[in-house]
Design a protein around this ligand. Structure first.
Ligand SMILES: *Cc1c(COP(=O)(O)O)cnc(C)c1O
Length: 391
């Protein structure tokens, strides 16, 4: 399909292949394997001499449509889909790094990503140095001769710190280092890291790409030369996206643009309200002029996104009181859902990292995170007001 179409058009139509039945909606191919016309064709497919599906651990037509569509949205040559966001990050590291390689990543990464890079990968000889997301000089100073990868996530979770993608790309590329960006919070609707020079984009499709809290999924997008290395690991090790989940995610992508716009608008309104609230000490939201990197966020992102963090005046017991006195907001760690969620990061998503790592990441006991959904903002305000009044 012509990639010059706008994002909302690509999100609805890109990559569709119709079967002999000429179905309008994308078909769901629930099949583990595919049959061949002849022994010779089977041999050619297995040898990779002929294009075509062999086995759904390698490729599946429904998964392929999802990959094509997400690649188009990110402006990527190619995309490989995975069973979850974490398996996308694992597959990226396993595909592109070897024992002895070094990674530079930010201290504010998603908790499981920190565990994967900081603990698990070190057992296989891949070391990571964690630096402050917003300190470009620290990223540069951390580069070693064996540095292979910069891994960043912007805005960060939960403090919404913004990494300067173009600035970090310039530093990395001057040293022959690859840059991968976890684009989970913004999605290509709000931010396109490849346009800013990044080499790869990673997704937890579980979040906004699905958008309705139904399935797990992930993806790595970028030039085919790099995604092919990721695919080599994926098709052998097996953390492949299921056809069913790919089909659900395709339905999610169709409404991505209108959801991202509506959720960002709702978040901005709610962030302004929280900032004016007497029980709130501080609001972290890239769409507010009070955000330390407001100017960078304005340049790099189409809007502030759907996620707000805020510190209440108090400590853990007061933060939990807010959570326990909200009736509408869901107490869950998920984000990117049409249903607004409320999380206390220090005791949930970031509960397994050490208190030192938590404080290095700036996650206090008074911090709460709201991932704004599609409910009326006034209802969210009233619910949070009940929580805040209970302090
Ligand atoms: C949720 C999340 C992940 C992990 O994705 P899963 O689909 O849960 O494996 C990675 N990065 C970010 C920023 C996330 O929010």
């Amino acid at each position: 399909m012509d990639r010059n179409y706008r994002l909302e058009t690509l999100a609805v139509r890109e990559g569709q292949v119709r079967s002999q039945f000429n179905e309008h909606s994308e078909a769901l191919y629930l099949t583990s394997s595919f049959v061949f016309d002849s022994a010779a064709q089977a041999a050619a497919r297995f040898a990779g001499e002929e294009e075509g599906n062999v086995y759904s651990r390698f490729t599946n037509p429904t998964v392929s449509v999802f990959q094509e569509r997400l690649a188009a949205l990110e402006g990527a040559e190619a995309c490989v889909a995975t069973s979850s966001g974490m398996s996308a990050i694992l597959s990226l590291v396993m595909g592109l790094c070897s024992a002895g390689d070094h990674i530079v990543a930010s201290t504010g990464l998603f908790g499981a990503t920190q565990q994967l890079l900081g603990n698990i990968m070190t057992r296989f000889g891949v070391r990571t140095t964690f630096v402050a997301q917003t300190d470009n000089a620290a990223w540069e100073a951390a580069i070693l001769p064996e540095t292979r990868l910069f891994f960043l996530e912007t805005p960060s979770n939960p403090l919404t710190e913004i990494a300067d993608i173009a600035g970090l790309v310039a530093i990395a590329h001057a040293h022959g280092v690859i840059v991968a960006v976890d684009n989970c919070f913004c999605t290509p609707i709000l931010q396109r890291p490849l346009d800013l020079g990044a080499d790869l984009v990673v997704h937890s499709a579980t979040k906004y790409l699905d958008g309705q809290g139904r399935v797990l999924g992930g993806a790595v997008a970028g030039p085919k030369k790099l995604t092919d290395e990721v695919l080599k690991f994926l098709r052998t090790a097996g953390p492949t996206l299921s056809a069913f989940n790919a089909w659900v995610l395709l339905k999610g992508l169709e409404t991505l643009k209108i959801r991202m716009d509506a959720q960002s608008n709702g978040a901005l309104e709610l962030a302004r309200w929280l900032e004016a609230h007497p029980k709130v000490a501080r609001v972290y939201y890239p769409g507010l002029p009070s955000h330390p990197q407001f100017a960078l966020a304005q340049r790099q992102q189409a809007s502030g996104g759907g996620i707000i963090s805020f510190e209440i005046k108090g400590a853990r017991s007061e933060a939990w009181k807010v959570v326990d006195n909200c009736r509408l907001l869901s107490i869950t760690a998920n984000l990117g859902d049409t249903k607004t969620t409320l999380t206390h990061p220090a005791s949930t998503t970031h509960g397994r990292i050490t208190p030192e790592q938590r404080s290095a990441a700036g996650i206090t006991e008074a911090l709460l995170r709201v991932a704004v959904g599609l409910e009326a903002v006034v209802d969210l305000q009233n619910d949070l007001e009940s929580g805040l009044t209970a302090i």
